[in-house]
Design a protein around this ligand. Sequence first.
Ligand code: THU
Length: 139
Amino acid sequence: MDRNGLIKAAFEARKNAYAPYSNFKVGAALLCDDGSVVKGANIENASYGATICAERSAVCSAVSSGKRSFSAIAVVGGDASETDLLGGYAMPCGICRQVLREFSDPDAFTVIVARSLTDSREYTLSAILPESFGPDNLK
Ligand code: THU
């Protein structure tokens, strides 16, 4: 799947976001090494700390269906009133960066953040999570 396809999937995932408290809806689309795309959305909770981000939602869904190797993620997020053109780029939070690190080569994994289908930015995971701690550190 190309970059635009992945961004489109993230916008689709965002429609399922449950964000009644922040009103900030996030969608993510994770590209797996087998070519499949797994979507995730943020799921908030009345006990605020139990909220799960869209990126981790996608990773949990993928790993739960047996996929453990990923090459890219597209993330889109913004106020619920914004649909096709978002006010900003939704950068993955620190916890999500670390969770993505567990299942990817940080130099090869691409993080795409988009405001629309035609307005996006791209980073390697290692650029936004430098000198990271990963599974190899425990060997
Ligand atoms: N959120 C995500 O889904 N991903 C991130 O990386 C940053 C934050 C969600 C969590 C919460 O539901 C809302 O955005 C506001 O923080």
